[in-house]
Write a protein that binds this ligand. Structure first.
Ligand code: ADP
Length: 499
């Protein structure tokens, strides 16, 4: 483990410095609206206040939903090609501001700047481009009914006002994943970003207006989950809510949404298995993949491959490689070029992760690397070493609960049947990985793993065209690809008597 002392932080763009100095209102109906309260967002690398934003309450949510309701009919009435042009222009402006967005996200979330630039902004822009193309591709169907004399067809119509509640781990991507399909389908949106990382969402709100997207189509209400988030999930004027976050809050949102029978999609937690068979082949490549499967974004990743199952024949060789690779990772502030891993998002998340690590040691886990908070010049931030445990029981807290931190559990297994049962034993079902050279086994495993996405001989790939979501307690519904367009539209059947 090395913590560079002399790495130079990247200089902030003047636009970013100015943005951080502003008093941010809520972004409603194309203008900043001050709220009755404010909240501070911290820099997790230093624990210092980065910026103040408005903290919206239930009355602010009413105002935002009313603005979205007013804007929706006109937005839906635009010709599909006109909506496409505006959404492409929005993506163009994201591209123009890509470096600023990456700097803001790196500061607010803590992730390395190069990850914020090369991964987060790149994926977010790619998603907006993908959805920008959808308005002209939405179609209904005709039906071969068995009653004589009818022409029956379906129409896809917008659902109305949508709500998005997003987490802090990939703030931009989580936002565009919901803004894109909602707006492409002719809906308007109220976005409530996570209180820990509200900044890039506010930037996006302003960009939407600059792109020519009418005021009120994209509204951003910053604030706390228990106030702004809860008010949004109960609001009678919201037709659909899309949530990404913890399973516990997902349950609360579904309960709140039930009052008015809102449509709900939930992207929740996971404890994803990554399984390496003896015939994995290239152990170096597999160890690299396993390393980033867990440590990308400091483990704060819903698809983190946090349970690594190694077949007995390669177990020791992979553990040795992983330990060596993890030991070479540099943990440090996101703006320093040398940093591979940034801090955790908050003091409470730091406590939670350290609590799990202590529990793993108490449960008899063999700490292969890591296990500590980083001190010295990093002591004011929320930095934890990449940590690997072996020898834990499958039911132990570290091995069975979502930690959302850089903590990996490694297990040894004998055969396919055993590993499938163990991999599928938890209530989660978000993602899974399988490494093998045996084609039949790859497909057998892909078919039988309880997961919304299975990666074979790779891990953690996404594309806007490929649906994503979880089974079991990992979620409800799918985002991305064609299915999400169905979630953001109503299907109407029309019967026409023609004879
Ligand atoms: P995490 O555990 O990753 O912080 P949460 O599920 O707590 O994730 O938060 C994800 C999002 O849900 C955030 O925007 C947060 O403000 C919001 N949120 C938290 N509690 C509630 C709630 N009771 N109702 C609606 N939204 C909430």
């Amino acid at each position: 483990m090395s913590t560079p002392i002399s790495a130079e932080p990247a200089p902030l763009l003047p636009a970013v410095t100015q943005f951080l100095q502003r008093q941010h209102g809520l972004w409603i109906d194309g203008q900043p609206v001050p709220a009755r309260a404010t909240l501070a967002t911290l820099n997790p690398a230093t624990g210092q206040i980065l910026c103040h934003v408005s903290a919206g309450d239930a009355a602010d949510i009413d105002t935002a939903v009313a603005a979205a309701q007013r804007a929706q009919p006109r937005w839906a009435a635009l010709l599909p090609a006109a909506r496409e042009r505006l959404l492409h222009r929005f993506a163009d402006l994201m591209e123009r501001d890509r470096e600023a967005l990456a700097q803001l996200e790196s500061l607010d979330n803590g992730k390395p700047l190069r990850v914020a630039y090369n991964v987060e902004t790149q994926v977010a822009i790619g998603q907006m481009r993908y959805y920008a193309g959808w308005p002209t591709k939405l179609t209904g169907e005709t039906y071969a009914v068995s009653s004589p004399g009818f022409h029956v067809y379906s129409r896809r119509e917008p659902v109305g006002v949508c709500a998005a509640i997003t987490p802090w781990n990939y703030s931009l991507v989580m936002a565009t994943q919901k803004i894109g399909p909602a707006l492409a389908a002719g809906n308007t949106l109220v976005l409530k970003p996570a209180e820990q990382t509200p900044l890039t969402a506010l930037w996006l709100g302003e960009l939407a207006l600059e792109a020519g997207i009418p005021a009120g189509v994209l509204n951003v209400v910053t604030g706390l989950g228990q106030t702004a988030g809860a008010a949004l999930s109960q609001h009678p004027g919201v037709a659909k809510i899309a949530f990404t976050g913890s399973t516990e809050v997902g349950r609360a949102i579904q309960r709140a949404a039930a009052t008015h029978l809102k449509r709900v999609s939930l992207e929740l937690g996971g404890k994803s298995p990554l399984i390496l068979f003896d015939d994995t082949g290239d152990l170096d490549a597999a160890a690299q993949a396993a390393l980033w499967a867990i440590f990308a974004n400091s483990g704060q990743n819903c698809v983190a491959g946090s349970r690594l199952f190694l077949q007995a024949g390669i177990h020791d060789a992979v553990v040795d490689r992983l330990a060596a690779l993890a030991g070479q990772l540099t943990v440090g502030p996101g703006l320093e070029a040398a940093s591979d891993l940034g801090p955790l998002i908050s003091a409470s998340q730091l406590d939670r992760v350290l609590g799990f690590i202590a529990e793993g040691s108490r449960a008899g886990g063999d700490l292969i690397v890591g296990g500590h908070r980083l001190g010295g010049r990093l002591s004011q931030g929320y930095f934890v070493e990449p940590t690997i445990f072996a020898g834990l029981g499958d039911e132990s807290a570290v091995a069975s609960q979502e930690i959302f931190g850089p903590v990996l559990s490694v297990f040894r297994f004998k055969d396919e049947e055993e590993v499938l049962a163990r991999a599928n034993a938890l209530p989660y079902g978000l993602a899974a990985g399988v490494w093998t050279q045996n084609l039949g086994r790859a497909h057998r495993m892909a078919a039988q793993l309880k997961a919304g996405v299975v990666w074979v001989n790779t891990y953690d790939w996404f594309d806007p065209a490929v649906p994503f979501g979880g089974m079991g307690e990992s979620g409800l519904g799918r985002e991305l690809g064609r299915p999400v367009m169905e979630a953001y539209t109503e299907l109407k059947s029309v019967w026409v008597k023609i004879e």
